[in-house]
Ligand binder design. Structure first.
Ligand SMILES: Nc1ncnc2c1ncn2[C@@H]1O[C@H](COP(=O)(O)OP(=O)(O)OP(=O)(O)O)[C@@H](O)[C@H]1O
Length: 348
C-alpha cells in the first residue's frame, strides 16, 4: 500500500481558513490545544466529559482510547465544533494553531472543517451521497473551499484518490459508493478529509468496521499522510490494539475523565492505571495479556452519576476503601520522567 507516489502537498494554494490565523503551525508546533474541556448532555446537563486536556503537535499522532461511553466521540465532536442537540461544551482553551475556537460561530466552524480540520468516522458509506459518484463528491468541496475550476477540481480529485492508495483513480472517480468496498470508501472519505489540506485530522473509530487486513492498511495510510503532510492526527478507538502501534501519545478516558496520559510506548509497556492495564489485557497486549478477558467486568457509570472518589473503583481489582473517599486528581506518574500522568491513588 505504501508503494504509492507521494501526495504532493500544495503549499501555495492553501485555502483561507475560518479563523484569524490561517498559517500552519511549524513542524512540531502545537496544532491543537485543549484545556479543561467539559461536555454536558441532556436536559439535566449531566457531565459526560470533564477536565479533559491535551495537545496535538504537527506531525504527531495522539490516541484517545476508552470503552464505549467513555466520552471519546463527545471530545472529538467538541474539537470539530459538531455539537448534537442537547450537548454543550466549554473549555478553558480550545485552539487550532493560533486560532481560538471558543466562540466561533457556525459559519466559522464550517469554514474550518472544510480546510484546517478534517475528520473521518466509522461507516464511511453513510457520509457519502449514494446518488453521486465519489469523484464528484470529492471535487465539489475542492471547488467550494479552494475555488478550483471544474477541470482543476477533477484533476486534483484524481490525484487525491491516487494519493490515498486507490488503484486506477480515474476509474474510481466515476464510481458510485455502492460500487466500492468499505475499505475503498474509507479511503475516499480520507481523501475528502485531507482535500482541504488540514492541520488536524480526527479519525473517530475510522477502522472499527473494517476487517483486520484493511484496518492495518488504513492505519498505514493515515501514518503516511501524517508524515507527508505534517498534519496532527487524533486517532480515536475503543481498541487499544488499534492505537498502540499507530500513535505517539495516548490518552486513556474513563467515564469522561482522563485517567492516564503519556507516550504510547511507555504507557503500553508499563500502564500506571489499573483501567489501562485492563484495556491492554482486553486488547491482548501488555503485562496482563496472558490473563486476557473478553471484556472488563462491570460497566462504567452513566454521565452525571455521582461518585465521591475514583470512578473506576467499583470495577478495579486493586481498589481500597480510601479510593472511594475523595476525587482523585490527575498527577505525574511515578517513574514517568514527568511526561506521564495518572489518576490513581495506587498506580501500578
Ligand atoms: N446527545 C446525547 N444525549 C445524551 N447522552 C449522550 C449524548 N451523546 C453522548 N451521550 C452520552 O455521553 C457518554 C459519552 O458518549 P460518547 O459517544 O462520547 O462515548 P464514546 O466513548 O465515543 O463511546 P462510543 O464508542 O460508544 O460512541 C455516553 O454515556 C453517551 O450515552
Amino acid at each position: 500500500m505504501s508503494d504509492h507516489p507521494s501526495s504532493d502537498r500544495p503549499s501555495s494554494d492553501r485555502p483561507s481558513s475560518g479563523g484569524s490565523a490561517p498559517d500552519r503551525p511549524a513542524p512540531g508546533g502545537t496544532v491543537l490545544e485543549v484545556e479543561g474541556l467539559r461536555v454536558t448532555v441532556g436536559h439535566g446537563a449531566a457531565e459526560a466529559v470533564r477536565e479533559v486536556s491535551f495537545t496535538v503537535l504537527a506531525g504527531q499522532s495522539v490516541g484517545l482510547v476508552g470503552e464505549s461511553g467513555s466520552g471519546k466521540t463527545l471530545t472529538c465532536r467538541a474539537v470539530l465544533g459538531l455539537a448534537a442537540p442537547g450537548v454543550r461544551s466549554d473549555a478553558g482553551t480550545l485552539a487550532l494553531g493560533g486560532t481560538d475556537l471558543l466562540g466561533l460561530d457556525a459559519r466559522g466552524w464550517q469554514r474550518l472543517r472544510g480546510a484546517r480540520l478534517g475528520a473521518v468516522f466509522q461507516d464511511p458509506g453513510s457520509f457519502l451521497n449514494p446518488a453521486l459518484t465519489v469523484g464528484r463528491q470529492l471535487a465539489e468541496p475542492l471547488r467550494v473551499h479552494r475555488g478550483l475550476s471544474r477541470a482543476d477540481a477533477r484533476r486534483r480529485a484524481v490525484e487525491l484518490l491516487d494519493s490515498v492508495g486507490l488503484r486506477d483513480p480515474e476509474a474510481v472517480y466515476g464510481r458510485y459508493p455502492h460500487e466500492l468496498s468499505s475499505g475503498m470508501l474509507q479511503r475516499v472519505l480520507i481523501a475528502i478529509a485531507v482535500s482541504g489540506d488540514p492541520d488536524l485530522l480526527v479519525a473517530d473509530e475510522a477502522t472499527t468496521a473494517l476487517d483486520t487486513v484493511v484496518q492495518a492498511e488504513v492505519l498505514d495510510l493515515l501514518a503516511r499522510l501524517r508524515e507527508e503532510r505534517g498534519l496532527g492526527l487524533l486517532l480515536v478507538s475503543h481498541d487499544l490494539a488499534v492505537v498502540a502501534d499507530a500513535t505517539d501519545r495516548l490518552l486513556v478516558l474513563y467515564a469522561g475523565e482522563v485517567v492516564e496520559d503519556g507516550p504510547t510506548a511507555s504507557v503500553v509497556a508499563a500502564p500506571a492505571h489499573p483501567y489501562t492495564e485492563a484495556l491492554l489485557a482486553v486488547a491482548g497486549l501488555g503485562p496482563g495479556a496472558r490473563t486476557r478477558f473478553p471484556v472488563i467486568p462491570g460497566r462504567p457509570p452513566a454521565p452525571g452519576t455521582a461518585a465521591a472518589g475514583c470512578r473506576f473503583a467499583p470495577r478495579c481489582a486493586y481498589a481500597e476503601p480510601e479510593c472511594s473517599l475523595a476525587p482523585v486528581p490527575l498527577v505525574s506518574a511515578p517513574d514517568g520522567d514527568g511526561d506521564r500522568k495518572v489518576r490513581c491513588l495506587k498506580p501500578r
